[in-house]
Design a binder for this molecule. Structure first.
Ligand SMILES: [Zn+2]
Length: 157
């Protein structure tokens, strides 16, 4: 059966066949389901952090620009979550958007690499590396061992 023509994902700008991927229709456009989920997470977080300043249209436009510039949606979400969610940076200067993303992205990636390297190191080391093994065995010199005194149980008359 012939497939329907490819569509372009509204968010990641990649082409896909609707027969092959989970997708959602947004207005007259289409988007991967996983992309919709990433974008939703960004919106949810920013809405929570920016309150009344939050601007859905602005963020959608910014996401669109970033993905066109070659950034991955997953990294945009991770970075934004790291900056505002985990680090708790002040979102009042964000003007309801995520314009900060390209500026803090390199820091986030560096942090991520550091963490994954740390994990690798931990995985490579065996438990025994953390435990000091006895370097030599000790023998107790005989002169320190007292011979038990002979105990007379009873004396014969
Ligand atoms: Zn997509």
């Amino acid at each position: 059966m012939a497939k329907k023509p490819q569509v372009i994902c509204l968010y990641c700008n990649n082409k896909f066949y609707r027969e092959d991927e989970e997708f959602e229709q947004i207005g007259r456009r289409y988007a991967h389901k996983k992309c919709v989920q990433e974008v939703d997470k960004i919106h949810q977080l920013m809405q929570e952090k920016c309150g009344e300043l939050y601007s859905k249209n602005k963020i959608d436009a910014q996401i669109n620009k970033f993905t066109k510039d070659g950034y991955e949606l997953e990294h945009i979400w991770e970075t934004i979550n790291w900056w505002f969610g985990i680090r708790g940076e002040d979102a009042s200067k964000a003007n309801g958007g995520i314009g900060i993303f390209p500026h803090v992205y390199p820091d986030y990636m560096q942090e991520k690499i550091k963490k994954s390297k740390y994990k690798e190191v931990l995985q490579d080391q065996k438990i025994s590396d953390f435990i000091d093994e006895p370097k030599k065995s000790y023998t107790i010199s005989k002169k320190y061992i007292k011979k038990p005194k002979r105990v007379k149980l009873f004396e014969l008359p």
